[in-house]
Design a binder for this molecule. Structure first.
Ligand code: GLY
Ligand code: MN
Ligand code: MN
Length: 436
C-alpha cells in the first residue's frame, strides 16, 4: 500500500480526556451514553458525499472514522469500530486499526463493531439513564434493545429508567470553548480573512459570482480547510435572498456583493459575512446604509460581554438599525411604533447571532428556564446584523434592492469581547483602498 503516514491524534489527547471526564462527571451514577458515527450520505445513486463525522462523536473521540460507536459510563469508555480490511484499503486507503484508533482517541478499550450488537443488552440493562440522541440518524437498535429489556422483566432484565438527550450535558459542555478550541478558531478565522481580502480585491464588473466562489475554495483548500457551509456570493438584489447559494450571476458596476463564506478545519468553523462594492467605490446611498449596519454591528459586538444575552445583543443592534432606517426615510414610523408593530421585520428578519463551534449553528441552549441565558467566558457567538431593502415603490429609489450584512465571530471573555475575525476588512475606507 502507498505510505499514507501514521494516524496521529487529530485532537490532543489531554483535550479529549478533559472533555470525556467533564461529560462523565455530569452523567448520573449507573447511566450510559451511546453515540454513533455519522451515517454515509448519498449524493446520488451509489455516489456518497464526502464523509462528515457526527460532531458529538468527534468532540468526544477525535475519530474521523465511519461506522462506529462510543459507549461512555461514568467510569468507563469503550469505542466500537470497523477495522479496515485489505479490500477496503484498495478503494479508500488505510483505515486506522483498533490499536491506532486507541492512540488517536486515548480510549484504550477499542472493540470490533461486530461485537456491539451482542454487548448492547449488557450496556443498557438496568441503567439509571440512557443518554441517547433520539431523532436524527440514531439507529433504531438502541431503542429496540431498551424495549426488549423492559418487556422481558420476568427474566430479570429492565430497561433504562429514563432516556435523556445528550444535549442536556454534552451540548452544554460544547458551548464553552477551551483555549485549544479558540486557538483553532483563530486559525480558521485567519484563513477566512485571507479569502475575503483577496475576493474584495478581485471583484470587478463582469466577474461571475462563481469566480469569487472559486477563490474561496482555492484559499480554503490551500490551507487544507473546507468551506464551513454553502457559501453565499450574492451580487445586487440577490443579497436580499437570505439563503442565496446559486452564485451563478455576473456582477454589475454600481452593485454590492454580500458574501457569507468562511473556512472550517478539523470541524471547527468560522462564519463571516462582508458586503463590498463590485466597482471601486460604494455609492453615497450604499455608504449611508452600510454605515448603519456597521454601527449596529460594532455596538452589538461591544455589548457581547459577560452578563449580556443573545436577546440583549439583538436589541442593541435592532435599536440602531431602526433609527438608521428612519433617518434614511426608509421606515416611515417612529421607533416605538416600529418595535410594537414589528414593521422593521420587512428589512431585518433574522436574529443577530448564534453559537458557533463544531457546528456552524452550534449546540447549547439559548434559554434556561424560559429566560435568555447570560453570556459567560468561553462562549463563542456570531454578531451579524443586516438590512435587506426590497425594491418596492414606497422605498427611496437609491436604497432599493440593497442588501447588507456584517458578521464576525466573537469570544466572550472576562474582559472585552474578542473578535476572532476582525482581520477581515470591514471599514469603508479599508474596503475601497483594497480595490484601488
Ligand atoms: N452562514 C450562516 C449564518 O450566518 O448563520
Ligand atoms: Mn451566522
Ligand atoms: Mn454567515
Amino acid at each position: 500500500m502507498p505510505d499514507m503516514g501514521r494516524f496521529g491524534p487529530e485532537i490532543p489527547l489531554e483535550e479529549l480526556q478533559r472533555r470525556r471526564q467533564a461529560c462523565q462527571q455530569q452523567m448520573e451514577p449507573g447511566s450510559v451514553l451511546i453515540l454513533h458515527t455519522a451515517p454515509k450520505r448519498i449524493m446520488s445513486n451509489d455516489v456518497a458525499y464526502r464523509f462528515r463525522q457526527d460532531s458529538d462523536f468527534y468532540y468526544l473521540t477525535g475519530l474521523p472514522v465511519e461506522e462506529g460507536a462510543l459507549v461512555l459510563q461514568p467510569e468507563k469508555a469503550v469505542v466500537y469500530l470497523k477495522p479496515g480490511s485489505p479490500e477496503k484499503e484498495i478503494w479508500e486507503g488505510p483505515q486506522p486499526n483498533l490499536e491506532e484508533s486507541a492512540e488517536m482517541s486515548g480510549i484504550q478499550d477499542s472493540r470490533n463493531l461486530e461485537d456491539l450488537d451482542k454487548d448492547l443488552e449488557g450496556w443498557i440493562n438496568g441503567t439509571s439513564a440512557l443518554y441517547y440522541t433520539y431523532g436524527n440518524d440514531s439507529p433504531d437498535k438502541i431503542l429496540e434493545t431498551a424495549q426488549r429489556l423492559l418487556i422481558r422483566g420476568r427474566a430479570g432484565t429492565s430497561g433504562p429508567s429514563k432516556i435523556v438527550h445528550p444535549a442536556l450535558l454534552l451540548h452544554e459542555l460544547r458551548l464553552i470553548k477551551s483555549d485549544w478550541e479558540i486557538q483553532r478558531m483563530q486559525e480558521t478565522a485567519a484563513i477566512t480573512a485571507e479569502a475575503h481580502t483577496e475576493i474584495i480585491r478581485a471583484a470587478r464588473p463582469g466577474t461571475g459570482e462563481f469566480e469569487l466562489e472559486a477563490i474561496l475554495h482555492r484559499v480554503f483548500r490551500s490551507h487544507n480547510a473546507w468551506e464551513a457551509y454553502p457559501s453565499i456570493v450574492a451580487g445586487g438584489e440577490r443579497a436580499c435572498i437570505l439563503h442565496y447559494i446559486k452564485n451563478d450571476a455576473i456582477l454589475k458596476d454600481g452593485d454590492m456583493v454580500l458574501m457569507d463564506a468562511a473556512a472550517s478545519r478539523g470541524y471547527i468553523h468560522s462564519d463571516v459575512t462582508r458586503t463590498f462594492p463590485v466597482g471601486p467605490h460604494f455609492s453615497q446611498a450604499q455608504k449611508d446604509l452600510y454605515s448603519v449596519v456597521l454601527n449596529a454591528q460594532k455596538k452589538a459586538v461591544e455589548a457581547s460581554v459577560v452578563g449580556a444575552t443573545m436577546d440583549s445583543v439583538h436589541d442593541v443592534a435592532l435599536d440602531i438599525l431602526i433609527e438608521g432606517l428612519i433617518d434614511l426615510g426608509i421606515l416611515k414610523e417612529s421607533k416605538e411604533e416600529s418595535l410594537e408593530k414589528k414593521t422593521y421585520r420587512r428589512f431585518y428578519m433574522h436574529r443577530t447571532g448564534h453559537w458557533i463551534g463544531y457546528d456552524v449553528h452550534d449546540v447549547g441552549s439559548y434559554y434556561l428556564q424560559g429566560q435568555p441565558r447570560t453570556f459567560v467566558p468561553g462562549m463563542v457567538c456570531t454578531v451579524e446584523p443586516g438590512l435587506y431593502i426590497p425594491s418596492d415603490d414606497d422605498i427611496p429609489e437609491a436604497f432599493r434592492g440593497q442588501g447588507i450584512r456584517i458578521e464576525d465571530d466573537i469570544v466572550i471573555t472576562e474582559g472585552p469581547p474578542l473578535n476572532l475575525t476582525k482581520a477581515v476588512p470591514v471599514e469603508i475606507e479599508q474596503i475601497e483602498e483594497l480595490k484601488c
